[in-house]
Design a binder for this molecule. Structure first.
Ligand code: NAG
Ligand code: NAG
Ligand code: NAG
Length: 345
């Protein structure tokens, strides 16, 4: 029955298409260069407008919809799968140079809806709506039973480890005394030795390490026009004694780059909204509901809606009953979702 309906719809398609003077362009496929270009712009926008955590890279274009608005004016809706990279958002190196976090490191995935406008050939982002979450522990364990897993950012061992690591750095550096901005991620290994792996963002204060040791309260983060952010990775052993190996890198002053935090207190490195979570959620920086096609006021014109129904029916017909398919009818590959750039979660 479904097949019959599909065939009837298909048979009618040319008639429908013959009516308008300028037929709508063929639907954009998720791997089309145009979709890729829009996704690249969207991902840069998402990273530029994120306030916490890491930069994300495109893993897959899940869906793309183009809605003509008038001459030389289109709205695009993208659904994107992203993966966390190793670059903190304060890291100035371009996204292309940022390594995607491996599956074994307990990957974090982002899901984003992005609305863009293409006006006279100029593409711009209108709105973004995202959330991000860590892969399930079961997934990681299945592939890598001994891999340390992400721990909640307010875990006591994590907090102790970060404090020990920063203390270790400040105790030996010849540079500025560093203060904690935020903990980015933390994992704990239980076998064969108990180890805590942490990553955290820091900022230089106006104190030398020596001055900081003597009177930490007098050390202030540098003012905006001199700010100097950085990032540390550390491995902390807790047994038999607390021992921290830490590596910190300062990025140098980046004009215009600020770090926003609700309170002035940078001692804890934990915003209230990450308490109990293993990652900074993209939702906190990207929550515009207009970004989703479903909740947007832009509805497809009837012609496009009919076309997409027919397209879906054609794909279904091809998938469900190959025997009925007329000889020589080669269905086009489904245009979405697109290829996976890194790995599937
Ligand atoms: C980024 O990668 C490119 C190509 O590998 C390289 O030429 C460039 O120097 C890198 N840039 C930075 C800032 O690391
Ligand atoms: C750092 O700045 C604070 C506030 O401006 C000031 O009180 C303090 O003396 C400065 N510390 C150093 C070592 O310059
Ligand atoms: C972390 O935060 C959550 C949510 O606020 C809380 O339930 C939990 O007890 C906290 N864990 C620790 C170790 O403080």
């Amino acid at each position: 029955m479904k097949v019959l309906v599909a065939l009837i719809l298909l048979a009618q398609l040319p008639i429908h298409q013959a009516v308008p003077a300028a037929p709508p362009p063929p639907p954009l496929g998720c791997d089309d260069p145009e979709a890729e270009a829009a996704a690249a712009l969207a991902v840069n926008y998402i990273n530029d407008h994120s306030h916490h955590g890491y930069k994300f890279a495109l893993n897959r274009i899940e869906n793309v919809r183009v809605l003509p608005q008038g001459p030389n004016n289109q709205v695009l809706f993208l659904e994107l799968d992203l993966l966390e990279t190793k670059c903190h958002i304060l890291n100035p190196i371009p996204l292309e140079n940022c390594t995607v976090r491996s599956f074994e490191e307990h990957a974090v995935e982002g899901d984003c809806d992005v609305k863009l406008q293409n006006l006279d050939g100029k593409l711009s982002v209108v709105a973004s709506k995202c959330h991000s979450h860590a892969d399930s522990a079961e997934d990681v364990i299945r592939v890598c039973p001994d891999c340390p897993l992400l721990e909640t950012l307010n875990n006591t061992e994590v907090l102790t480890g970060v404090a020990a690591a920063l203390n270790e750095h400040n105790g030996k550096t010849a540079g500025a005394y560093l203060k904690l901005l935020e903990i980015g991620r933390a994992r704990i290994q239980y076998h064969p030795v108990h180890l805590v792996f942490v990553e955290f963002a820091v900022a230089a204060t106006n104190c030398s390490a020596e001055e900081g040791k003597n009177n930490v309260d007098a050390c202030q983060l540098l003012p905006e026009d001199e700010s100097n952010f950085g990032f540390c990775t550390a491995t902390i052993a807790t047994q038999p004694t607390l021992d921290a190996q830490v590596d910190c890198q300062l990025y140098g002053h980046q004009p215009g780059v600020t770090y926003s935090q609700p309170g002035q207190d940078t001692s804890a490195g934990l915003l209230p909204n990450v308490q109990g979570f293993t990652n900074h959620n993209l939702r906190l920086s990207h929550n515009n509901p207009v970004a989703s096609e479903s909740s947007s006021s832009e509805f497809p014109s009837p012609a496009i809606a009919a076309k997409s129904v027919a397209k879906r029916a054609a794909v279904e017909a091809a998938q469900h009953d190959k025997a009925v398919r007329p000889v020589g009818f080669a269905p086009p590959p489904p245009p979405c979702p697109g290829r996976i750039h890194y790995f599937k979660i």
